[in-house]
Each structure stands twice: as C-alpha cells, then as structure tokens.
Ligand binder design. Structure first.
Ligand code: ATP
Length: 282
C-alpha cells in the first residue's frame, strides 16, 4: 500500500487545522507522526482514514483518490485505532475484537473465529474475552483495540503467514496510551511485525523512546503543518524538539542499541525553557 498525501489543507468549522501537508509512505514502513497537543496529528490520521471528504489537495492510496473509494473497500484495506473510542453497549471483549472481521463476512466463519482468538492471544487479552468491554481498565481497553485492528488486518491466524504488501494499511492514534511498558513494547513490536509483512503502519505517538526504537520515518507536525520529516536521527534532534514542544532535551546515544535516547533535564534545562514560564504562570 502506497500512501501519497499531497498538499492537503483542511478546515473544521471556521478554523484551518491542516496546512499544506505532504507525505509519502510505502508498504512495510512504520511511519510515526509526532507533535505537540493540537498540532493536528489526529486530524491528519482521520483524513488518511477517510473520515473527511472536504480536504483540499489529494490523498492517494495505491494510486486511487481516497474519497473516491467506496467505504466497504476502505474497511477491507485498512484498520483504524482511534483515540477515545467509547462503546456504550456492553459488548464482550470477544465481540469487540470480532467487529474487526465483520468487514469481510456478516457471519463469522471458522477461520474468522480462529483469527479473533489469535488476535486476543497476541495482545494477551484472551483471558478477558468474556468480560464486558466497559468494565476493563484503560490499558486493557487499548490492548483489546489493538487486538481488534489486528483481527481486521490478518488473513490467517498467523502474523507472518501472509504477504500483505500493497494490500493493507494500519492507522494507530496513540495506541499505547495507558499501557504498561511490557504492552507498549508488545504493541510496537506487533506494529513492526505487521510492517515487515508488508502493511503500511502510520502511528501517532507521544513517546520519543518508542518512536526512536521503532519508527522508520518520523513526521513532525507543528501548527497544522509539516515541521520536518525524515529518519529518526534526522528528526529527533534537540533543536526540533525545542522548536515544536518548547522543552530543552539532550539527545544521547543508547549504550546498547542503535537508536537515540531523548532525555529531559528537569532540574536544569527544563527550567530554561517555555515550560518554566508556563509553570510560573500557574
Ligand atoms: N471538530 C473540530 N472542530 C474544530 N476544531 C477542531 C476539531 N477537531 C480538532 N480541532 C482542533 O484542531 C486542532 C488539532 O487537533 P488534533 O486533535 O488533530 O490535535 P493532535 O495533534 O492530535 O493533539 P493531541 O496531542 O492533543 O491529541 C486542535 O486545536 C483542535 O482543538
């Protein structure tokens, strides 16, 4: 799946939210969108998910203009984990994950049920499958949502069995919010495994360490526009982070791994930055 976002601008109400955003991402990539609160990350992800039709510019998926693709086709080619998904009905965990399969069949086949069980086990929520979703903890809910999108993407109950190249896209909006460190790592490893099988993964993340460890490409948004995009080492620099988040950080070498470490200096650097002004105002 090739995604080509060309010069899109989008207003919601009277406010322009996205300004001339362009990015290209290809099959097998894990593309991470970062930026401060309100920078436009979720809006961009929703636009790529086909939620808005009134953008200017073009969003092309495998060479088709997104807004011309029928919704049913979109649902079979991409899965979306949105922020703040609320389910008012007391669905069970198994039912929530099964929703990922109803885009293919109105009645679940044996293969669908195997995929659902596989997704539940992969996100370590199989033991919760009879529980009602609203009773879960925040992190457990996110794990169930990851299982749902996994169930939607898979063509067999095996992560590596299928070549998804050119066929599928996964959109994740802050997927690890509320998850403990083990399940954060598990979720990003899962995203990487899917990317390796050819899925194009676009994820909004706030965590620099997860982005540094897992992203192939980082897109940094500021005030609704692209501030910078490129590889982890090109984008996660102290200057960019200061410009986009107003915080002084040091970017260090990881002692064992190939990716950088972004660290704040609470007693020193932080208080030289805009955060100090914000704190003083309180
Ligand atoms: N439906 C809407 N109508 C008007 N303004 C909106 C609407 N949705 C979002 N906005 C505004 O658009 C801007 C971008 O919002 P968006 O949710 O894309 O930010 P974000 O980068 O995902 O932020 P966060 O890190 O807080 O999730 C914000 O200023 C937000 O208040």
């Amino acid at each position: 799946m090739m995604l080509q976002v060309k010069d899109i601008s989008l207003s919601l109400g009277k406010t322009q939210i996205l300004r001339n955003v362009s990015l290209d991402a290809g099959a097998g990539e894990l593309c991470v969108i970062m930026g401060a609160n309100g920078a436009g990350k979720s809006t961009l992800l929703k636009a790529i998910a086909g939620e808005y039709h009134h953008y200017q510019g073009s969003i092309r998926l495998a060479d088709n203009e997104l807004r011309s693709l029928p919704v049913a086709v979109q649902a079979r080619t991409r899965a979306v984990l949105s922020q703040q998904l609320s389910l008012s009905q007391p669905f069970t965990v198994a039912e929530v994950v099964s929703m990922g399969r109803y885009v293919y069949n109105t009645h679940l086949t044996t293969a669908d049920k195997e995929i659902v069980a596989y997704a539940l086990k992969t996100m370590q929520v199989y033991g919760l499958r009879e529980r009602t979703y609203p009773t879960l903890s925040g992190g457990q809910k996110q794990r169930v949502q990851m299982a749902r999108v996994l169930a939607q993407l898979l063509e067999a109950p095996d992560l590596q069995a299928t070549d998804h190249t050119g066929k599928k896209m996964l959109l994740l909006d802050e997927p690890v919010t509320g998850m403990d460190i083990l399940h954060q790592q598990l979720s990003l490893q899962l995203a990487t495994t899917l990317a390796t099988s050819g899925v194009l993964v676009v994820a909004v993340l706030h965590d620099f360490q997860l982005a540094a460890a897992y992203a192939n490409r980082v897109v940094l948004l500021k005030d609704g526009g692209i501030y910078a995009q490129g590889t982890v080492s090109e984008i996660l620099t102290a200057t960019h982070i200061k410009q986009c988040f107003g915080v002084d950080v040091a970017v260090l070498e990881h002692p064992h791994c190939h990716y950088p470490l972004v660290v704040t200096a609470a007693a020193d650097g932080l208080f030289k930055s805009r955060a100090e002004k914000a704190i003083n105002v309180l």
